[in-house]
Design a protein around this ligand. Structure first.
Ligand SMILES: [Zn+2]
Length: 203
């Protein structure tokens, strides 16, 4: 692409770094930003700046939060004896959308994937084990997507927790193999949590 403006070229290059955005789409988006009122584009830049500078991870569940302890962990009416293990905030949002789960979450930050170079040490597994060690957790529910990486991660965590004699369960497979949780409809996902099965039975 031949740009008549270096400023335009820089902006297009930055936008095209985003997933799924090629150079042509980036150019269209940047031209749109140039056409709209200046104040609106400044608002976008401000929101992104604040996001990266001020976002936190909840110190208990590692979910994305504006404050040290997220709203879910800070809510005393929730059951802290049941912890639902998920990959990221999208899964928390999907499960919260079902209104069927009143426990707390533990956000792993990904799944074990040797191909992508993600090992257990890159996830928040140790923090989960430490939580269970404290003795107040009665059940851990695995709610990772049912892919090879999800199954590997579930099994690894199951082995880490085996010594602590707590209940481990996995969401019932109304969710078909390979599905990501965030794409499951709320009714199906809600049912799969309510009808969860002992983890051993899923092996
Ligand atoms: Zn939290």
């Amino acid at each position: 692409m031949n740009f008549s403006s270096k400023l335009l070229e820089n902006a297009v290059n930055e936008v095209s770094q985003l997933p799924g955005i090629g150079k042509r789409t980036a150019l269209r988006l940047v031209l749109h930003l140039l056409k709209q009122p200046k104040s609106q584009t400044h608002q976008l830049a401000l929101a992104l700046g604040e996001l990266v500078d001020e976002i936190k991870l909840c110190k208990n569940c590692h979910n994305i939060s504006d404050v040290e302890l997220c709203d879910i962990c800070a809510n005393t009416s929730r059951n802290s004896e049941i912890i639902c293990v998920v990959e990221d905030i999208r899964d928390v949002m999907a499960i919260e959308g079902t209104a069927q789960f009143k426990g707390l979450y533990h956000v792993l930050g990904g799944k074990i994937s040797p191909i992508e170079g993600i090992g257990p040490q890159n996830l928040t597994i140790e923090s989960l084990v430490n939580k269970v060690k404290l003795g107040t957790v009665k059940e851990v529910i695995f709610a990772l997507s049912s892919t090879i990486e999800g199954d590997t991660t579930n099994f690894y965590i199951f082995k880490q927790l085996e010594a602590y004699k707590i209940k481990t369960s996995t969401i019932a497979r109304g969710i078909s193999v390979g599905d990501e949780l965030e794409y499951a409809d709320e009714v199906t996902l809600g049912r799969s949590i309510v009808n969860r099965i002992p983890f051993e039975n899923s092996l």
